[in-house]
Design a protein around this ligand. Structure first.
Ligand code: ADP
Ligand code: MG
Length: 315
């Protein structure tokens, strides 16, 4: 690939980490994994017109791509550290690349993640990021660890990003649109929950596909369990009811792209967990309980309604 392009837009990003022994420029990067830690690796592809719109700014496309990847490492309770970028571009547009490079810089530097390599090819716009992180294996929090009786938490309000997508081509109050687009374009991966998850959680997942679908992943991976959620305790984004009325709750449960975490904590550890979360000023919402009966149920206060888990699916 043209070295000038790589040198100009990717090699110039600051390498904040001393553990990048060899970064961009050779045939492979060389990374020093801290003693006793295991490597976690996760890849995400974002395709123009599917995951983002080509008219979005290059800055936002890069920024969101990085944050979505960091969220996967956050969901494992690991430390995000290094990233590679496979970029396919239709044309070399310096203005676009400059914005893209700035979006990479601003997102990566917030979490002390270094871009250590990649590949650049010509073709329809597509971005594949591979993020690496580390954690000692006994502290990794998996989807598969939930137990019957675990209390289910979600780390923040849900549905805002999906509402932004729903209203992309519809009129909306500008202040509201700005707030929702910020949710969609600038998600904040919850790496701040790492110690809490390591110390208290039996299972965790990021809810990029929507709470109901991702909680269902926890249930299925944990041996075919189920969940009951209390409707009144589910933190629905504050604008949903105004725009969606009675459909707000179902929309919030199925809408993706929020990048909050859903996790479960053994009932006997919940008090200590909440105390510790408050001590660190981290708000989490207790929304329900893991049960042995498969499937999801919503406790509406008057009855238990089955809820078919649904989320985003490409196929
Ligand atoms: P190779 O022929 O070995 O694949 P390339 O010319 O593709 O080498 O890449 C040269 C160097 O630039 C490599 O170290 C590679 O990791 C890095 N690189 C290429 N494209 C990107 C990119 N989009 N972002 C970051 N690093 C990149
Ligand atoms: Mg290459």
């Amino acid at each position: 690939m043209e070295f000038s392009l790589i040198d100009q837009f990717f090699k110039t990003l600051p390498n904040l980490r001393g553990d990048v022994l060899l970064g961009i420029g050779d045939d492979a990067a060389c990374l020093a994994l801290p003693q006793g830690q295991t490597l976690l690796v996760s890849t995400d592809t974002l395709v123009s017109g599917v995951h983002f719109l080509p008219e979005w700014s290059a800055y936002d496309i890069a920024y969101k791509s990085v944050m979505a990847n960091i969220s996967d490492i956050a969901a494992m309770a690991a430390v995000p550290s290094w990233i590679t970028l496979a970029l396919t571009l239709p044309v070399v547009d310096n203005t676009w690349l400059d914005g893209f490079s700035r979006g990479l810089h601003d997102s990566l530097s917030q979490f002390n993640v270094s871009l250590v390599g990649g590949d650049t090819t010509k073709g329809p716009l597509s971005i594949t990021l591979t993020i690496m992180g580390y954690c000692s294996y006994d502290k990794v929090v998996k989807r598969s660890g939930a137990k019957v009786g675990d209390i289910i938490f979600v780390s923040g309000p849900i549905g805002g990003a999906a509402l932004a997508v729903k209203y992309l081509n519809k009129s909306m109050n500008l202040v509201h649109r700005n707030e929702l687009m910020d949710k969609l374009l600038h998600p904040k991966p919850r790496v701040d929950l790492r110690d809490l998850l390591q110390n208290y959680a039996n299972s965790a997942i990021d809810i990029s596909d929507g709470l109901s679908a991702d909680l269902n992943h926890i249930c299925v991976e944990s041996g075919g369990l189920g969940a009951c959620l209390r409707q009144k305790d589910i933190p629905v984004h504050h604008l949903l009811e105004q725009y969606l009325g009675e459909h707000a709750m179902a929309f919030a449960l199925t809408g993706g792209d929020d990048y909050e975490l859903c996790f479960t904590v053994a009932a006997e550890k919940v008090d200590a967990f909440i105390t510790e979360a408050q001590r660190h000023n981290i708000g989490c919402y207790s929304i329900g309980v893991i049960q042995s009966e498969p499937g999801l149920r919503i406790d509406t206060g008057t009855q238990y309604e089955p809820f078919v888990p649904k989320g985003y699916s490409h196929f």
